[in-house]
Design a protein around this ligand. Structure first.
Ligand code: SF4
Length: 467
């Protein structure tokens, strides 16, 4: 039977796609930007259809299959054909960013799932996968227990309010991405487990919640990737916000400029999307596209640059952020080149994050001490105008904590830290110190410096938790 070459329009796709595609024909880049490009995506079920993977040996491909059964996998043709340099596989950063690798699971987890898959018993495979997923801290930083707000005494799905002035909104149609990142800290949303999803269909509830909280000035629409939505759906979420005087900034968290720049260039409703951006600006609000970039290679294609140009032409500001990751970008030269390229394109470098304590973190994590060295060495290579990125920063349970440096105070080697954001607003910008620890990769590995028995925020945090 001939293979069906199904192209699923992205906006009809779901995270549990049953796409039965397809051939991987190599599309060379079309210099005519406005020519619509089809969106073709591969999931774990189509690994064997991805042509360039055929050059890998059987063991590597089986390992990929095992990992793709546990962690979400989804990659589109643009990424496969235009962002990955297959001559540099397995070291290519975009390959590491999108394709599952054996080391992404701990050996005992890998063996457990591999053994079940070799046995072929469906129930056993399912149990093994579920056990391993459970062990991977699917909701880091207490996001399910501590950040879900309430309206009229009822918890609202799909909204998180952790920091005073900003609410996060997870529209239900935006809980998928054009491709998935292998390190994603929101991976749990993509595995089809209803208990783990934090998405809402109710924009109305969000508005009601904001009106009850005059301290909120910013809404971050996030996912997944809200730009997978059709413009008309995104518009339905954004327009009510434009009516609220208290909202000064609308942020959209997205990796579309990397994974599918066609979204703002040649998709059928690309122009509508840019019009919507212009309307937000015309309403007097600030529109920030919080663009997720991991490597300068993502900005090397003509269409990626064209997408940046078109978004900027609307008046929206693009701020770039992404984590520091072993196997992808754990060296200063790559960060310096990324920031420099961003500045040249008019993007503002905003954050270097520390890889979060979830999913495949052991594969990607970089010790805090090394992270700070990389950050500092990268900063030294760029001019002041590119030194706008904060970092390395941990989005931890008490707040967003930046490593400001390593120093010695009265003979004790310490990390100097500060809160960029805190669960208590009063913690913001407070410096504090932790004993230097070369191995530490997260805040909970650190101990207070100078013989203190706890950090200044711990008692208050415990009280908040008790509440
Ligand atoms: S684009 Fe963001 S939400 Fe989507 S997979 Fe990557 S890190 Fe996760």
């Amino acid at each position: 039977m001939p293979e069906t070459n199904t192209v699923i329009p992205l906006h009809q796709d779901t995270r549990e796609t049953t796409l039965d595609s397809a051939d991987t024909q190599i599309n060379s880049f079309d210099p005519d930007f406005d020519e619509p490009r089809r969106f073709k995506v591969y999931t774990a079920r189509q690994l064997d259809k991805i042509e360039p993977l055929k050059r890998l040996d059987d063991e590597t491909r089986f390992a990929m299959d095992v990992v793709a059964n546990v962690l979400p996998f989804r990659v589109n043709e643009y990424v496969i054909n235009e962002l990955i340099n297959w001559d540099n596989v397995p070291n290519d950063p975009i390959y590491q960013l999108t394709f599952p690798q054996r080391g992404m699971l701990a050996p005992e987890h890998f063996d457990k799932v591999a053994e079940a898959m070799r046995g072929g018993d469906k129930a056993e495979i399912k149990t093994a996968i579920a056990d391993v997923r459970d062990a991977l801290n699917p909701h880091p930083a207490g996001q399910m227990e501590h950040n879900m707000p309430e309206v009229d005494g009822e918890k609202i799905d799909g909204v998180q309010h952790k920091y005073n002035e900003t609410v996060l909104f997870f529209p239900s149609q935006g809980q998928v991405c054009h491709s998935y990142c292998t390190f994603c800290f929101r991976w749990a949303q993509f595995i089809g487990d209803n208990d783990l999803k934090i998405a809402t269909k109710e924009a109305g509830q969000l508005k009601k919640y904001i009106q009850a909280h005059p301290e909120i000035s910013d809404v971050l629409i996030t996912g997944g990737d809200p730009l997978v939505m059709k413009t008309k759906n995104l518009r339905a979420h954004i327009e009510p916000l434009l009516e609220l005087e208290q909202i000064r900034t609308i942020r959209i968290g997205s990796k579309a400029l990397t994974f599918w720049p066609q979204r703002v260039v040649s998709d059928a409703d690309a122009k509508d999307l840019l019009d919507l951006f212009e309307e937000v600006i015309a309403s007097g609000k600030h529109l920030a596209l919080m663009a997720h970039y991991n490597h300068w290679q993502e900005l090397e294609t003509d269409i990626a640059r064209e997408a940046v140009k078109r978004v900027r032409a609307t008046g929206a500001v693009i701020r770039a952020q992404g984590p520091l990751l072993a196997h992808i970008n754990d060296n200063a030269d790559d960060w310096a080149r990324l920031w420099q390229t961003q500045v040249e394109l008019g993007i503002i470098p905003y954050y270097m994050f520390v890889e979060r304590d979830t999913g495949a973190r052991h594969y990607f994590e970089v010790p805090l001490a090394k992270a700070w060295e990389i950050y500092r060495d990268a900063m030294k290579q760029v001019s002041g105008i590119a030194r706008t990125a904060r970092g390395p920063s941990m989005s931890s349970h008490p707040g967003k904590v930046e490593i400001q440096g390593v120093t010695e105070i009265q003979g004790e080697k310490v990390f100097a830290l500060r809160f960029i954001q805190g669960r208590n607003h009063d913690w913001v910008q407070r410096p504090f110190f932790a004993k230097y620890n070369e191995e530490a990769t997260w805040l909970n590995h650190l101990e207070p410096a100078f013989g203190e028995d706890k950090f200044f925020f711990e008692d208050e945090l415990a009280e908040m938790e008790a509440e």
